[in-house]
Design a protein around this ligand. Structure first.
Ligand code: RP5
Length: 168
């Protein structure tokens, strides 16, 4: 069992093979000074452990769960089935198969009543999942809301700077 750590954000992924992509999510959260809980849990290979994690997450102080999985990606759905917390699903692109479309459809097509907020496939999705988790937390955290404002301002400045350099 991993040692107990507390964080408002948990990242779960179906396999450690998802970690290189999900590092982008960890890094993004750390930019906002959030050190997430990171677990490898699978809806298919470790269903009991996944269910146990989801059903106890809120009591441990977790406020958002980011769930990344590839292929027939049921991890985000399994989290949502066992927790009322907001679940952000990140579809992973497997080495073989239809370039992550399999995981995207498995993650996004939840039945009415048990939603998952599915985000883009792969690294862009990993990064955006981190930002989206921060946006959820920022609704009740003024300090985090300020950090988000600064983040977006800097991003805009950087893009404008690139435009200026191209047209100098
Ligand atoms: C999914 O199957 C995982 O999330 C991963 O994206 C994919 C392949 O897993 P490995 O065979 O690399 O462990 O459950």
């Amino acid at each position: 069992m991993p040692r107990a750590k507390s964080s408002p954000v948990a990242i779960v992924m179906g396999s450690d093979s998802d970690l290189p992509v999900m590092e982008a999510c960890v890094e993004q959260l750390k930019e906002f000074v959030i050190d997430p809980i990171v677990r490898v849990l699978s809806a298919h290979r470790t269903p009991q452990a996944a269910m146990e994690f989801a059903s106890t997450a809120a009591d441990k102080g977790i406020k958002v769960i980011i769930a990344a999985a590839g292929m027939a990606a049921h991890l985000a759905g399994a989290m949502a089935a066992n927790s009322q917390l907001p679940i952000i699903g990140v579809p992973m692109q497997a080495k073989e198969g239809p370039c992550g479309l399999d995981a995207l459809l498995s993650t996004v097509q939840m039945p009415p009543g048990i939603p998952v907020a599915s985000i883009a496939i792969g690294k862009a999705g990993a990064k955006n999942a981190g930002i989206f988790a921060v946006q959820i937390l920022a609704t009740s955290d003024a300090g985090l809301a300020k950090k988000l404002t600064d983040f977006r301002r800097k991003q805009t400045e950087k893009a404008l700077q690139k435009d200026a350099e191209l047209n100098a």
